[in-house]
Design a protein around this ligand. Structure first.
Ligand SMILES: *C/C=C(C)/C=C/C=C(C)/C=C/C1=C(C)CCCC1(C)C
Length: 250
């Protein structure tokens, strides 16, 4: 009886459960962002609709995983590591697709996309091993995982993503790629900090919480990425209709 009562109590969000709060707000904000990106597709030029679809899929996949992660957290007060990494393994490659869709009309190659996807899968699989399977060697796995992260940062700051974006005649695309790169550099840099806050990690005793850091990172990065792409799509659509109007009037 007492056991039943306490387990029912555990499933309720308790006052002061800051981490629990972020699982709920993460769920709802990703859900709302998905509705927004899907609805706005009809407002932009045809060639941008796939990009907005991907933005919505990223936040929708995350919303569903947050729904489950929220439940795991309420019932067990432990990290929902498996759902977390399944979510990332789907959404991070889709974020690489966003880069690719931006540069594709200006000569972006599928080989660039596959490199980005390869780096991100490598980063996530090795990160998962260090977080869940072999936590005794979390620091080594974290270092190995960081190599994949560096690969993505390289592509976005110096490699082919940046080169194609800089040569593109569309300033909105170049700007969007720069903004996404900043998300990768700064926003994604939050995750290794969360990882190091694990017990046994490099920052283990600083009182930081891994889930809190990951939850904030996810909302900022996933919704932020989508909004950058949305902004570029709206601005390019406007520029192009202005050009058409000019041509018609001339
Ligand atoms: C929407 C989810 C995103 C953008 C997740 C990004 C995750 C990372 C950039 C994770 C990086 C990690 C390292 C660079 C080293 C330690 C292990 C990870 C997986 C936390």
């Amino acid at each position: 009886m007492l056991n039943q009562i306490s387990s029912i109590l555990l499933e309720i969000l308790q006052p002061g459960d800051v981490i629990g709060f972020t699982f709920f707000t993460g769920y709802m904000s990703m859900f709302a962002a998905s509705v927004f990106f899907f609805m706005e597709r009809s407002e932009v030029d045809g060639k941008w609709r796939t990009s907005l679809l991907i933005s919505g899929l990223i936040t929708m996949i995350a919303a569903v995983h947050y729904f489950y992660m929220r439940g795991v957290w309420l019932e067990t007060k432990t990290s929902p590591t498996e759902f977390r990494y399944i979510d990332w393994t789907l959404t991070v490659p889709l974020m690489c697709v966003e880069f690719y869709l931006l540069i594709k009309p200006y000569g972006g190659k599928t080989s660039t996309l596959w490199r980005l996807v390869g780096y991100s899968v490598f980063m996530l699989v090795t990160g998962y091993i260090g977080e869940s399977i072999d936590p005794a060697r979390t620091i080594i796995w974290g270092a190995i995982s960081t190599l994949g992260y560096i690969g993505i940062v390289y592509e976005a700051t110096m490699g082919s993503v940046k080169q194609v974006a800089d040569q593109s005649p569309n300033p909105e695309v170049a700007k969007a790629v720069r903004l996404l790169r900043n998300f990768v550099l700064i926003g994604w840099g939050i995750y290794p900090i969360g990882y190091m806050a694990m017990p046994g990690g490099l920052l283990g005793n600083m009182g930081l919480n891994l889930d809190l850091i990951y939850n904030i990172g996810d909302a900022v990065n996933k919704i932020g990425f989508g909004l950058v792409v949305y902004g570029a799509a709206v601005a390019s659509t406007k520029n192009e209709s202005a050009k058409v109007l000019k041509a018609v009037n001339a």
